[in-house]
Design a protein around this ligand. Structure first.
Ligand code: SF4
Length: 396
């Protein structure tokens, strides 16, 4: 039996809150050079400062290539601390580390760093809360607090790169190799800042982390116009579409954004991305017991994706405490995989890292609300009409 679905409204326009202080990572290289010049320093100091920031150095005392007298001012003006760790939780023998961050206004977000043989991936948040209202998701149930600034998103990846470099994750010092936008929030609903973040992730030092395009995954719940916009950007990052249901009837309730952009339109947009990049997109599908894990839905999904440049990534749901939603049992998972593969669709079941630390998106922040750690999550505004210019908020 399908559990009663959430009636939360979709929220596209993020509540406007006090902006975080200006940060080097929000600025283009030219803007950073101008900002440094305003502080009475030669513009090349912006490059030095950026090299320290993306290298994980924020302590002025360690910035020995900068004049001692200028360090405090440069760091104070351009590298303000935007993310304060509330706590780290470890799992998988210390190879998975989840961090709850407090932002300048008290909002809480999380990131998860996962080390695998040969790679290390950080899953980052793009919004505090989420306005997409998926009823099975703890973050969706909180509503949208606000969009993160680019520097707040980038800072999560920079912190993960530093944690790897410093050997803070079991296995000794290493390198951050991958970034996925699968933490809190819908990345494409915060398009301009996510776009800026992509630049910072892909740009080589000193003004970025220098990751490969294939190592960065942008995930979306199906904002078709924003997928098309991403297609036009000319990037080749990996695209992941959180589908969770192959039919509009179920998806309308399981992924409420579907009431706006239907399965066919979302898949069309993803196909166009795949055609332009020549790259397979990933279809994320949380397997939820007796909700979307029936054999006939596997067949529907198989027919939808057969012959497409797509790959299905099945995710056994990580149930939130007290939730009525549960993971599909193993036999149902196996049947689902077998039917997709029989339809010729490449299919994998995601390694569910961090189960014992509430690894599913949004659960750590949700748990903290229960524990009484103050959060500024606000109730979603009633029934806001979606805007088509996603993320174009005019303040970039
Ligand atoms: S599943 Fe993703 S898009 Fe849906 S509410 Fe949760 S964070 Fe938002």
């Amino acid at each position: 039996m399908v559990p009663v679905m959430s009636a939360l409204p979709l929220v596209f326009d993020a509540p406007r809150r006090g902006k975080p202080p200006r940060h080097l990572a929000d600025l283009t290289r030219d803007e950073a050079r101008a900002a440094v010049a305003e502080l009475g320093q030669p513009p090349f100091r912006a490059d030095q400062l950026a090299r320290h920031y993306y290298g994980g150095v924020t302590d002025p005392a360690q910035m020995t290539d900068l004049p001692a007298a200028a360090r405090e001012a440069l760091v104070g003006e351009l590298l303000p601390g935007l993310l304060t760790p509330v706590r780290h939780q470890e799992a998988d023998g210390g190879r998975t580390r989840k961090t709850l961050w407090r932002l300048h206004d008290g909002a809480l977000v999380e990131s998860v760093l996962m080390r695998y043989p040969g790679r290390a991936t950080v899953c980052i948040s793009s919004q505090a809360g989420c306005g997409m209202a998926c009823p099975f998701c703890a973050t969706g149930q909180q509503g949208l607090t606000r969009n993160l600034s680019a520097a707040e998103i980038i800072g999560q990846a920079v912190a993960a790169a530093a944690a790897m470099a410093n050997g803070e994750v079991a296995g000794g010092p290493g390198r951050l190799s991958n970034v996925v936008f699968m933490g809190m929030g819908e990345p494409l609903a915060n398009y301009p800042r996510v776009r800026k973040t992509l630049d910072a992730l892909l740009t080589p030092a000193p003004h970025g982390l220098g990751l490969g395009q294939r190592s960065v995954t942008v995930s979306t719940v199906g904002l078709a116009p924003a997928i098309r916009r991403l297609t036009d950007e000319g990037l080749n990052v990996t695209l992941a579409v959180s589908l969770h249901a192959p039919d509009d009837e179920l998806r309308d309730t399981l992924v409420p954004i579907n009431t706006r952009w239907k399965v066919a339109e979302v898949i069309d947009a993803a196909d166009a991305y795949a055609r332009r990049t020549g790259r397979r997109y990933s279809v994320e599908y949380a397997l939820i017991r007796d909700v979307n894990d029936q054999p006939f839905r596997a067949d529907l999904l198989g027919r939808l994706l057969a012959g497409k440049l797509a790959h299905v990534n099945l995710i056994p749901l990580n149930p939130t405490p007290g939730s009525k939603w549960d993971a599909s049992p193993l036999p149902a998972q196996r049947e689902f995989v077998a039917r997709l593969r029989a339809a010729g669709v490449p299919t994998t079941v995601r390694d569910t890292r961090g189960q014992d630390i509430d690894g599913a998106c949004g659960q750590l922040a949700a748990a903290d609300q229960v524990d009484g750690v103050p959060s500024v999550a606000v109730a979603p505004t009633p029934s806001m009409e979606p805007t088509v210019e996603l993320g174009a908020e005019g303040d970039e």
